[in-house]
Design a protein around this ligand. Sequence first.
Ligand code: G1P
Length: 299
Amino acid sequence: MTSTTSPDSQFRTAVVPAAGLGTRFLPATKTVPKELLPVVDTPGIELIAEEATEAGAGRLAIVTSERKVGVMAHFSEDQVLEDTLSDRGKDVLLHKVQRAPGLIEVVDVRQDEPLGLGHAVAQVESVLGDEEQAVAVLLPDDLVLPFGILGRMSQVRAERGGSVLCAFEVSPEEVSSYGVFEVTDTDDPAVKQVRGMVEKPAAEDAPSNLAAAGRYVLDRAIFDALRRIEPGAGGELQLTDAIDLLINEGHPVHVVVHDGTRHDLGNPGGYIKACVDFALDNPAYADELREWLGGRLDH
Ligand code: G1P
């Protein structure tokens, strides 16, 4: 179990909001939390835990609701299953089931009412140590590939202070699904200073085509800001609005512009792309899938 933070990481706790109903993925998510849907054979939340661990997090604070207890169970040891696999000599499978519980310490934080992403993140303050000056937030719908963006974001916080987010470019038709940044350039072409942030703007009101990609390194000041915001887009307490409040009060906020891949695991279309992407990189499935896809696309 890891409990230390790597020297360059700016955070010990990585927050994963996972209390949502997963409505875009019904009926599958009626009984299966969307965070447990497998990307090939590994639940999305395990990939998120792996990314957080690689970025130096020492523990994962998973925000769940009563309906989502299965998400935590994935990080518990299952002695009966492990013994059975071990007795049968299934070492590869044994290693796979032992992986999640061994990756990182996890803590269950409850969000009893679905009041929005800002409200979910706010619940984590109570489990932070006094010495923790920043937290990472990883939205489990977003797979940001290749891993490593959080490390880069930590570096930017170390250099420039404040809070650092991840941005990616979207088309004008897509801006209304995201938090969108108003930015100015810095001396680094991949890093922009954020002058404002707006949640799910209409295309004509969007300050840019740079959208928030679900990765945040947030100064602890965010918790104070979260106490001061009112319900925003969709009637929910928005993390975006707390970040915008901090910007207005002079808190430095930057984005690292991501130039890799991003998959949206929260809806079937994005999820299928992620599965195909991962399967094409997996020698166990790649050749057969490529051949089948080639034939399928010809018809
Ligand atoms: C959330 C955030 C939004 C961000 C998006 C990334 O929105 O509120 O700012 O751009 O995740 O996936 P949601 O997709 O939960 O509506």
